[in-house]
Each structure stands twice: as structure tokens, then as C-alpha cells.
Ligand binder design. Structure first.
Ligand SMILES: *Cc1c(COP(=O)(O)O)cnc(C)c1O
Length: 468
């Protein structure tokens, strides 16, 4: 793309008096705008011809990298397959034009979608009831913890102020606990990456409200001690919370409801379609076991993010009961294929079978000085999105890789080849890797400067010169 020709900002292309569009004639007559609501100054809108506008935005849009452009191995965030048919379903005017305040008898179809989705989620997870209201995973966690708090309070048990969270947990877990007014106690991981049950035993007491767990955990490992952990936690009167943000490796293999979890959330936008790059949209339905349904709080009006629920239901229906069972095994196979193909050149801190994702601790050869950040940036040069980096915090150079369940072998082979090439470059031409990316519209940015001196506004001068 030629940034100079089409400009970084539409304002920089503005020429006084240019027109790209003419408004239709005013059909409504002239109504006086009260003086106090009238502008004191010109709006300062850009003035451009049609082709300049079209090219400007088209070129900007092609700078985006998404799952439809190429391989997107981001771990912990399951940037998965988002079939176009799910988009079509949720965009059907019969659904997308609904108003939340429409008379009840006119929205029976949408109500069916919500009920059928809840039924499907119950069957998939083994939970007793679901609320579709939460708008995201973190919102689901907060909702779930509010349920747990309400449960303890309903029994007059007011001393439970702590939530136990593994040190490998997603950052939203401790954050949600804090927002819910609970304090966080960290439980350690064992050398094999799973929860240290002895450490848990030493933490548990009558002030613990809940234990939050992710399974497979953020290292992509199946927590084999869950039955033992659930029994321990329950014996101390606390509840088990399941972070089901990335449920895909579990689909058809096992159900959190059968493992002793009391409350859980699912990220529909990670496990059941909906593209969610750039922070949205999402939906984090919360499920509870029998006996906790009466504690569902009102965390949003109406039925939550209906368009996301619609996509999820279309996704589940299009796979069906039989095919949905293939998702978990295929996600697991793909992750293990990549892990095994690269572990001789990247450091694998925890060996063994992983589930849908796994974590390397940077390059195996530490003598080159090439970091995980450098590898991630160099991948952009080769047309791949970077994996999740520097998370989880258990390792200094975390590189967390997750292929989707439906990636072809050829796609993964291409990624493996490039990862091996970068490992080779780290030895032969380390500066190329350290200064990457070279082929992107913007090169390596200065993270520290951007964080310390962010420029978040754009000021335009009247004479069309701008300062930043
Ligand atoms: C993504 C994620 C969350 C948070 O979900 P949001 O929708 O981003 O709020 C929580 N836990 C895990 C394990 C996740 O991967």
C-alpha cells in the first residue's frame, strides 16, 4: 500500500470544497435548532472526492490481519473458525432488526434461539441452567462469582471473602474476583504445570468462597486432579468455578458438570464462532449446577448479546451432535503436531501431550540473544499472525501457540517451516530477526515510548496543517 498517496488520516487528504457525495433534498422542512445547541465553530469534517475516500479506507482495511487472511495461532484466545453461514444467520433481518422492547408475542423466534442455545450448552457442559446475559468472558466470571457470593450469603455464611486462583490463570480471573469484592489467593503449579494439590490443601479454610480453574489450563494441560480438588474444595464448603473460555478441546470429550464444577462461563466468541479481534463483540453465558439457578443476578438488560448467541447456535446446529465431537480431538491433534515438530529448536518447558494449545519458552538456543518478541515480529514478515507472547507468566519467554481444529496439515507445515527458518536466522543473521518486521507498513514500534508518551488525539489546524 502507498501510504503517502492515500494518507494516514482522511483529514490529511481534505481539500476545501471537494465533494464526494450529495445529500438528498430535505423532505422534512426546516425546523429551527435552538441557539444553545448550535455549533459555535465549523465541524472541521474532511472534504474529499469519492475515489479518495474509497481508496483510503480500502487500503487501510487491507492492513488488517485476520483469520481470513492467514494462520492465526494465538493461544488462550482461540481465534477460531468463524463460518460465513453463522454471520449470515445472525444478519438475517428477521433477527437483526428486532428491538428489545418489541411486544413479547412478536419475538417468539428469537426466544426459541435463546432457549435452544441454552439447552445445547446444558447438554455440552452438563450444567443445570444457563443465563445468556453476560457480554464477555470476564463479565461471565464476575456474574459467576456474584452467584457464588449470593449462595454463601443465602446460607448466612458471611466469612467467605477469598477466591483461590492458580498462578497460571488468565488475568481476568483475579481481576473479576477483585471487582466482586473478593480477595485473591494464588495456588502454585507443580513442575508438570498442573495445580499443586498440596499447596491448595494448605490454603483452603472456611474463608474461601471458591476455587477458579481453567481446564485444559493456560498451558494447554489437562488438570488430572480435578476430582480430588473438587472434593477438597467442597469439603471446606467452597464452590468450584470453571473458566470455560476455550471450551473447544473439551467438546464431546468431557463435561465440566460431571467433574464437580458448580458454576462456569463459556466464551461463545471463542468456542462457538463470532470473530472477536480488536476487543469484541462477545458473549459469556454462565451455567450453574442444580440448586444455584435462583442466584442468577441481573447483569445486563434483555438477553445479552443476541447476535453472538445466534452465531453460536448456528455453529452448534451446523456441526450437530456427531461432528461437534471431532472438534476437541482435532484441536488436540493439531497442537501436538506443531509442538512435536518444533520442540528440537524451541524450548518446551513442560513435555508430554498437550490439549488445544501449548507453551514454548523462547528459542532453545539462548546464546543468540533473540527473544520471543523478536520471533513474534519476524513471523509478521512471513505473513503469519504472532502467537500469544509473554503469557502465561510462568516462563520468561512464553510463546503460546494454538492452531484451530480445522487448519489443514499444509497450513501447519508452512508455519512449522517458517518457525524453523526463524530459529536458523537467529543463529546466522540475528540482527534481521531482532529488527523485524521489515515487510509491514509499520516497522518495530517502541513499546516503552508508546506506553509512556501515548499520542491519543489528533489536532487539526484551520489551515489544514496538523500537529500531533
Ligand atoms: C479470553 C479468556 C478470558 C476472558 O474472556 P473475555 O471475553 O476476553 O473477557 C478468560 N479466561 C480465559 C482462559 C480466556 O482465554
Amino acid at each position: 500500500m502507498n501510504n503517502k498517496l492515500y494518507g494516514n488520516l482522511i483529514f490529511e487528504l481534505s481539500k476545501e470544497g471537494r465533494r464526494g457525495y450529495s445529500l438528498p433534498a430535505n423532505r422534512f422542512g426546516n425546523y429551527p435548532v435552538p441557539k444553545e445547541l448550535q455549533r459555535k465553530e465549523e465541524a472541521g469534517l474532511p472534504e474529499c472526492d469519492e475515489l479518495t475516500v474509497v481508496r483510503h479506507y480500502t487500503n487501510h482495511s487491507s492492513n488488517n490481519f485476520g483469520v481470513n487472511n492467514g494462520f492465526y495461532p494465538l493461544g488462550s484466545c482461540t481465534m477460531k473458525y468463524n463460518p460465513a453461514i453463522d454471520e449470515e444467520m445472525s444478519a438475517m433481518p428477521e433477527f437483526s432488526n428486532l428491538h428489545p422492547l418489541q411486544p413479547h408475542h412478536t419475538v417468539a423466534g428469537a426466544e426459541d434461539v435463546c432457549n435452544l442455545l441454552s439447552e445445547s450448552l446444558k447438554a455440552i457442559t452438563g450444567m443445570e441452567a444457563f443465563t445468556l446475559k453476560p457480554y464477555a468472558g470476564a463479565h461471565g466470571e464476575l456474574t459467576g462469582l456474584m452467584i457464588i457470593k449470593a449462595y454463601h450469603e443465602s446460607r448466612g455464611d458471611m466469612k467467605r471473602t477469598k477466591v483461590i486462583v492458580p498462578d497460571s490463570a488468565h488475568g481476568t480471573n483475579p481481576a473479576s474476583a477483585a471487582v466482586c469484592g473478593l480477595s485473591v489467593v494464588e495456588v502454585k503449579s507443580r513442575a508438570d504445570g498442573t495445580v499443586d494439590v498440596d499447596d491448595l490443601r494448605s490454603i483452603l479454610d472456611e474463608t474461601v468462597a471458591a476455587m477458579m480453574m481453567t481446564n485444559p489450563n493456560t498451558l494447554g494441560l489437562f488438570e488430572k486432579s480435578i476430582p480430588e480438588i473438587a472434593e477438597l474444595v467442597h469439603s471446606h464448603g467452597a464452590l468450584m468455578y470453571y473458566d470455560g473460555a476455550n471450551l473447544n478441546p473439551m467438546l464431546g470429550a468431557c463435561r465440566p458438570g460431571d467433574m464437580g464444577f458448580d458454576v462456569m462461563h463459556i466464551n461463545l466468541h471463542k468456542t462457538f464462532a463470532t470473530p472477536h479481534g480488536g476487543g469484541g463483540p462477545g458473549a459469556g453465558p454462565v451455567g450453574v449446577r442444580k440448586g444455584l439457578e435462583q442466584f442468577f443476578p441481573t447483569v445486563s438488560p434483555y438477553q445479552g448479546n443476541f447476535a453472538v448467541a445466534m452465531r453460536a447456535y448456528a455453529y452448534i446446529l451446523s456441526l450437530g451432535k456427531e461432528n461437534i465431537k471431532m472438534v476437541g480431538p482435532l484441536a488436540t491433534l493439531n497442537a501436538n503436531y506443531i509442538k512435536e515438530s518444533l520442540k528440537d529448536v524451541y524450548e518446551l518447558p513442560i513435555d508430554g501431550l498437550c490439549k488445544h494449545e501449548f507453551v514454548f519458552n523462547g528459542l532453545k538456543d539462548k546464546s543468540t540473544g533473540v527473544t520471543t518478541m523478536d520471533v513474534a515480529k519476524r513471523l509478521l514478515d512471513y505473513g503469519y499472525h504472532a502467537p500469544t507472547i509473554y503469557f502465561p507468566l510462568l516462563f520468561h519467554e512464553s510463546l503460546m501457540i494454538e492452531p484451530a481444529e480445522n487448519e489443514s496439515k499444509e497450513t501447519m507445515d508452512g508455519f512449522i517451516e517458517v518457525m524453523r527458518r526463524i530459529a536458523e536466522e537467529a543463529k546466522t543473521e540475528p540482527d534481521t530477526v531482532k529488527n523485524a518486521p521489515h515487510n509491514t507498513p509499520i516497522g518495530r514500534v517502541d513499546d516503552v515510548l508508546a506506553a509512556k508518551h501515548p499520542i491519543v488525539t489528533y489536532r487539526q489546524m484551520c489551515n489544514n496543517k496538523q500537529e500531533q
